[in-house]
Design a protein around this ligand. Structure first.
Ligand code: SAM
Length: 293
């Protein structure tokens, strides 16, 4: 038994007890660690940062996928960027009306390790006939790809290392190009209070790339701070248009609306222009709940 410390924020850290180490590998991209914890179940960490635990990953994956899916009237094609643990795929393949699901993950070793050691997370979704797995940088893939999608799910790690490429205005513009008029992007956006400035910068970039940006807030205990912002973006403000045909553990219509209600405090004020370096200053990019006191 030992303790694994997650130290992302300078002044607030968490420790998880490692009761049994299951897998550890230094891939060309990052250190992959999978271990068991008596309360959290199996845990996936990359470069010392929690990616998923069996205990609460369903809240994150069900929310990220279905906030986007329900905001599209008739999605047929979905793209996951990152997501090598297969949790997003698991939620996508439940939707019988999806015809094609691409997953672009930079690190083949994460997929290999997850396939072997995290079966309760992916539940065989990698082998669904609609799923195509591509090993590539998601940002580079989108620059080259002529594919179009109805849903883009950015199941990214925190904006450090290779993950930083998934939080740029260039990347968001590439996402918009591959989405149709009704297309919806959903992206994990970290904790809105602990990294208010970083999140506001990323929200500004997203708002430069998409005409409509909104947020939801999901309660995920093992992401430090316990509340995870999920950004939604598209041509029009995202509204819930339909309900999944299957029952889920966390996500349903009421929780969709509740998560949106909580996240609405982070929504950019309509018509505001984020003031970013190299852009003319506009009205303040108001994200009230993310400001520090
Ligand atoms: N839900 C998780 C979180 O917020 O902590 C994200 C989980 S998922 C495992 C993140 C994946 O994104 C990792 O497997 C990582 O290898 C992948 N990734 C990081 N940068 C990437 C990039 N530029 N393109 C594609 N995948 C990337």
């Amino acid at each position: 038994m030992s303790w694994v410390r997650e130290a992302y924020y300078p002044s607030w850290q968490q420790s998880l007890r490692m009761d049994r180490e299951v897998f550890r590998q230094q891939s060309p991209h990052q250190e992959i660690l999978i271990f068991d914890n008596a309360d959290l179940g199996r845990v996936l960490m990359l470069d010392g940062l929690v990616q998923a635990t069996e205990r609460d990953e369903f809240i994150y994956h069900e929310s990220l996928v279905n906030l986007a899916w329900a905001s599209h009237p008739a999605a047929r094609r979905a793209l996951v960027i990152g997501g090598g643990d297969g949790g997003c795929l698991r939620e996508l393949v439940r939707h019988a009306d999806l015809e094609a699901i691409d997953l672009v993950e930079i690190d083949a070793a994460v997929i290999d390790a997850s396939r072997r050691h995290l079966p309760s997370i992916h539940r065989g979704a990698f082998d669904d006939r609609r799923v195509r797995t591509v090993i590539d940088d998601g940002a580079a893939f989108l620059e080259r790809s002529g594919e179009t999608y109805d849903l883009v799910l950015v199941d990214a790690p925190d904006p450090v290392g290779a993950g930083a490429a998934l939080f740029t205005e260039t990347f968001y513009r590439a996402c918009r190009r591959c989405l149709g008029a009704a297309g919806v992007l959903a992206a994990q956006f970290g904790n809105p209070l602990l990294d208010a400035a970083g999140q506001e910068r990323c929200a500004g970039r997203l708002a430069m790339a998409f005409p409509a940006v909104a947020f939801a807030l999901a309660p995920v205990a093992t992401y430090l701070g316990g509340a995870l912002a999920i950004a939604l973006a598209g041509e029009q403000p995202p509204v819930r248009r339909r309900d999944p045909a299957h029952a889920l553990r966390w996500y349903d219509a009421e929780r969709h609306d509740g998560m949106r209600l909580l996240g609405a405090a982070l929504d950019p004020v309509p018509g505001s222009i984020p003031s970013l370096p190299g852009r003319p200053a506009g009205p303040a990019h108001a994200l009230p709940a993310m400001q520090t006191h």
